[in-house]
Design a protein around this ligand. Structure first.
Ligand code: MTE
Ligand code: MO
Length: 503
């Protein structure tokens, strides 16, 4: 059967688009991550996506939400490439114009991104140029075949089709290699140029040494959850890092990383959790943080009396609104430079981030920190506040059942998990099996009110299906509410319930 030259044109369009994107991504290794056409478009799409869709993406794909976004963009690129090939064959120009607009457009979007520089438009222009060259060459051959009315003689067209297919493979595999290995390696691990933590003691192990499957008292950094809007991890070095303190202050100033390191350092054990962490969910971690107290930084700026919030901004365009009183009430909000005795990893905000005990990450934990603006809640709104989330975000009391899982052998068993009510502390955890009475669990090591608490309860599991429910009481004596509320707008409530099949 004859292979229509239309399909050959489509394949060449697809190849042109993919090879073009590949060229743009390779260029961005040299011109900086914020100039990457895919990241720029991805970031732009994240910014304009309605909050409800974003919620759906996060709850469906979890931390793979960005991988999902890149797949969506790749499919869109493929579809538009195909279209460009078909249009180019028909008109001789429309496909090239389409690819040119897409490439240059992605470059322009890149220059509008928060961390852009003057070279940001370059990767998009390279992408456009390469795509147009490939398209013109391929479609030129297709048109020549059409004109020679050779299309039915099948063989030369099939060869041209296969060549286009090879172009698609080169573009696709090249992109997979560049995005999977080469660009992440270019981001790499930050250099270890920080002073050793002051008190280098680490947290002792907890109940996890005795209870299989229980969340460890201290989260290993490689297991610490990651949530942010950054499509590619911002790459900041200590040499060019600066923190600007401005807004309603009598003494605005800027400090360098060396100046930050010269300030008194503190170490605190703090649990960080995400407002989008569903009941029983994984977006919570606990470790020892090292940094400089925000209060010291703010006082030096001499805030005016009308200041209500500190709007912190990160290199990815994120911002958070932390109430000023929270930062000054002695709870040790800090500009953190280390987690668990090591410099922050790039994904967790290297070289410096904010950390505010007692508040969800979106209101107090800005990564890749660049600026603190002292202002009022009327004057400026934070990234997520503009998208329907609460202006202030105190962490709600929560309990998670880690063990048992959904299946269990009958007999002696242990129910165990973690509970947190950061900054208020946990005073009690209770467990109920089916409609039985609430039984008090044994609490693990007390690390501090800003830290989660492990807990366990021995259980003689009898055959059948059981429902295990857990609830915590915070340090103020307030029992966790059983009212079920979704994560939007200011964090979920309700009890974690685990259904267990006992055999
Ligand atoms: N720059 C920047 N900082 C950010 C975010 C972000 O999108 N960009 N997300 C916040 C949110 S919603 C959370 S829950 C925490 C997560 O911090 P982690 O990724 O280090 O666990 O970072 C906060 N800081
Ligand atoms: Mo979050």
């Amino acid at each position: 059967m004859a292979l229509a030259t239309r399909s050959t044109a489509g394949i060449w369009g697809l190849a042109a688009a993919l090879v073009g994107v590949l060229a743009g991504q390779i260029t961005s290794i040299f011109t900086g991550p914020s100039s990457s056409p895919m990241d720029a478009v991805g970031g732009f799409v994240i910014d304009i996506t309605p909050p409800a869709v974003k919620d759906w993406a996060v709850s469906t794909f979890g931390t793979a939400d960005k991988a999902f976004l890149l797949v969506v963009i790749a499919v869109a690129v493929a579809a538009l490439g195909w279209l460009a090939g078909v249009a180019q064959r028909r008109t001789g120009w429309a496909g090239a114009v389409l690819l040119g607009i897409l490439g240059v457009g992605s470059g322009i979007i890149a220059t509008l991104r928060p961390s852009s520089s003057t070279t940001s438009v370059m990767a998009g222009m390279v992408a456009a140029l390469v795509a147009i060259l490939v398209l013109r060459w391929g479609i030129g051959r297709v048109v020549a075949l059409d004109e020679a009315a050779n299309a039915e003689t099948d063989v030369p067209n099939r060869r041209l089709f296969l060549m286009g297919g090879a172009g698609v493979a080169v573009g696709g595999l090249g992109l997979a290699a560049v995005e999977g290995f080469i660009r992440p390696a270019a981001v790499g691990r930050p250099p270890l140029d920080l002073p050793a933590p002051q008190a280098s003691s680490t947290l002792p192990p907890g109940l996890e040494t005795r209870i299989d499957g229980l969340t460890p008292l201290r989260t290993p950094i490689e297991d610490f959850y990651r949530i942010d809007i950054a499509v590619s991890v911002p790459r900041r070095e200590t040499d060019d890092w600066e923190l600007v303190i401005d807004g309603m202050v009598r003494n605005p100033y800027t400090i360098t990383f060396d100046e930050l390191l010269a300030m008194p350092m503190v170490e605190r054990d703090v649990t960080l959790t995400c407002v989008s962490n569903p009941i029983g969910g994984p977006y919570v971690g606990s470790t020892r943080w090292q940094g400089v107290l925000v209060a010291d930084i703010l006082r030096a700026a001499d805030p005016e009396a009308r200041v209500e919030q500190v709007l912190s901004s990160g290199a990815d365009g994120f911002s958070a609104s932390t109430p000023l009183d929270v930062m000054l009430d002695g709870r040790d909000a800090m500009i953190a430079i280390a987690m668990d005795g090591e410099p922050l990893t790039r994904v967790h905000g290297y070289p410096a981030r904010l950390l505010t005990p007692g508040l969800y990450g979106y209101v107090g934990a800005t990564k890749w920190l660049e600026k603190l603006t002292l202002t009022t809640f009327d004057e400026a709104q934070a990234y997520w506040t503009n998208r329907g989330w609460g202006e202030r975000g105190p962490v709600k009391t929560a309990t998670r059942i880690d063990v048992p899982g959904n299946r269990l052998e009958a007999g002696e068993a242990t129910i165990a998990g973690v509970a947190w009510a950061t900054h208020r502390g946990i005073s009690k955890v209770e467990v109920r099996v089916d409609d039985g009475p609430w039984q008090e669990a044994t609490l693990g090591e007390y690390v501090g009110d800003d830290y989660w608490r492990q807990w366990y309860l021995p259980w003689n599991a009898e055959g059948g299906t059981h429902q295990i429910t857990a609830r915590a009481t915070d340090g103020d004596g307030e029992v966790q509410t059983d009212t079920i509320q979704d994560v939007l707008p200011d964090g979920p409530t309700g009890y974690h319930v685990r259904t267990v099949q006992v055999n």
